[in-house]
Design a binder for this molecule. Structure first.
Ligand SMILES: [Zn+2]
Length: 211
């Protein structure tokens, strides 16, 4: 809940756009806690969040779950290391997604914390399982992906990590746009990316992620 409000304070979401979820288990059954649909973050209360299963069936809560529920489910099914998913329409990430431009690995922290550059998923209609499948295909083993003509998705082992990922993606996309205006953004040298990818891989394996 605090994460959802923090997203709004940071300007990563506005009104009721974007959504936040976390993986939970109840008697061994995989479930997720997710923000409700069409609800502004400023008026969101703890009792408004919804608990659903992987088919999107509500288990707890009275409000309908986020319209992007199947996007969140797809990520949890594809990545066992992921404990939290945040989807935003932040401006610079969305600008790159609309332009269909992958954000190359420009900053060391992008490779160490996101796994490298940020790829753009093929377009998928909002709210569909197809959008989830396309997002996961482009996400691979990384922590973030841009959704073509839509926005971005950031993931993490925890909500705090997913939140940090969303902030880093927006910062990287902003720098990419500004550097493109100044000239040609230069990615990190390939050997640096390789070394930093090895660090990322070690962290990911420790979290139980894809090797
Ligand atoms: Zn969206």
């Amino acid at each position: 809940m605090l994460v959802a409000k923090e997203l709004e304070r940071l300007g990563l979401v506005a009104g009721s756009s974007g959504n936040v979820s976390a993986r939970v288990q109840e008697r061994g059954r995989p479930l997720l806690v997710i923000t409700p649909t069409s609800r502004s973050y400023s008026s969101l209360r703890v009792r408004d969040v919804v608990v659903i299963d992987y088919e999107g069936e509500p288990m707890r809560g009275t409000l309908p779950p986020s319209s992007e529920t199947m996007l969140h489910v797809a990520v949890y099914q594809a990545r066992r290391d992921v404990g939290a998913v945040i989807h935003t329409h932040s401006i610079y990430a969305s600008a790159c997604a609309v332009a269909g431009l992958e954000v190359p690995p420009l900053l060391d922290e992008m490779v160490v914390y996101l796994g490298g550059g940020i790829k753009v998923a093929e377009y998928g209609f909002p709210g569909t399982t197809e959008l989830g499948a396309k997002a996961c295909a482009a996400l691979g083993d990384r922590k973030a992906v841009l959704l073509r003509n839509h926005g971005m998705v950031g993931v993490g082992a925890t909500l705090e990590e997913a939140m940090g990922v969303c902030r880093l993606v927006e910062r990287a996309a902003h720098i990419f746009v500004m550097a493109s205006l100044l000239g040609s953004p230069t990615p990190l040298p390939a050997d640096v990316v390789e070394k930093e990818r090895a660090l990322y891989g070690m962290r990911l394996r420790a979290e139980g992620g894809p090797s």
